[in-house]
Design a binder for this molecule. Structure first.
Ligand SMILES: C[S@@+](CC[C@H](N)C(=O)[O-])C[C@H]1O[C@@H](n2cnc3c(N)ncnc32)[C@H](O)[C@@H]1O
Length: 290
């Protein structure tokens, strides 16, 4: 946005057009959507407002606030950390630096869990490494009678997850949020389903991720040792103590990890009954049973 133009009033359309071409030049993709989302956020309106009111001018304060967001986005801050929102399972979740931005692929894990829990009268489910709470909260929405526990090692993540549950279910919910290392908060408990999207990025893969991810998303949510299998290894080794005899272990996996995770399951007395692919045709979820 050209500076030193104190007198000039920019309309919504003009400022969007300028920002879209600036984002394209800076290789911020998708340029139009990013510009619209950030401008709508600045104006505290939805995106439709931008179309309906395209000839409305921005106030100088709005223009300055928008400029600040453009600057941060171009410097690498993910759009979701600027708007502090991400949609998942048709709900708006709060996110913030310190918690992973939920990815759409994780909805396949939620689907797999619903399919298995639905026939049960009162399923007990644990979501390990809940982050912003998307998995636990989506399961609560679809399975209101389930007893759901959600854990994370990060207190910052749990605070956001709790806040999301309270905002999305203002009349109360049945999710127990607990802090701790993997199964540590669940001593003596048994579940029908253990669901987890754990950290699964290898050291090598991590080095190849975009700067946007490496410099802004929490490494503890992503990194899992040399092969990316460290957390699966620990979860699978201990799971039998926390899963009922006919219960399920459901993991999101990296697209190259199906074989290795299946082997870990077999070595620990679990049978992988299904490997579910995502919409891109990549292996995404492993469902194992004792
Ligand atoms: C890949 S993120 C998934 C977050 C969320 N479930 C989602 O799908 O968007 C992994 C989460 O596991 C948590 N985590 C990492 N190591 C953990 C551990 N040892 N015990 C419990 N949680 C852990 C991280 O803090 C992070 O929130």
């Amino acid at each position: 946005m050209p500076t030193n133009e104190p007198e000039r009033l920019w309309t919504i359309l003009e400022i969007l057009q300028w920002t879209i071409s600036f984002f394209k030049e800076k290789e911020i993709e998708p340029a139009r959507l990013t510009a619209e989302v950030l401008l709508a956020h600045t104006l505290k309106k939805d995106r439709l407002h931008l179309y309906v009111n395209h000839d409305e001018p921005l106030t100088p304060a709005e223009r300055e606030a928008f400029k600040a967001l453009i600057r941060l986005r171009v410097q690498g801050t993910p759009t979701q950390y600027l708007t502090e929102r991400q949609e998942f399972w048709s709900m708006e979740f709060a996110v913030a630096p310190g918690v992973l931005i939920p990815r759409p692929e994780t909805e396949h894990l939620v689907e797999a869990a619903i399919e298995r829990a639905k026939p049960l009268e009162q399923p007990a489910i644990a979501d390990i490494g809940t982050g912003s709470g998307v998995i636990a909260i989506s399961l609560h929405k679809e399975l209101p009678h389930a007893a759901i526990s959600a854990s994370d090692i990060s207190e910052a993540a749990l605070n956001i997850a709790r806040r999301n549950a309270e905002t999305l279910f203002p009349n109360g919910h049945r999710i127990a949020f607990v802090q701790g290392d993997l199964f540590a908060p669940f001593a003596g408990q048994c579940f029908d389903l253990i669901v987890s999207n754990p950290p699964y990025i290898s050291t090598e893969e991590y080095a190849g991720l975009s700067r946007e991810i490496r410099e802004h998303e929490p490494p503890t949510a992503l990194l899992a040792g040399a092969e990316g299998l460290d957390v699966y290894r620990r979860l699978i080794a201990d799971a039998a103590n926390y899963v009922r005899p006919s219960g399920w272990l459901l993991f999101e996996i990296g697209n190259t990890q199906a074989e290795a995770v299946t082997r870990l399951c077999q070595e620990n007395g679990w049978t992988v009954e299904q490997v579910i692919k995502d919409y891109a045709g990549l292996n995404r979820v492993v469902a194992a049973r004792r």
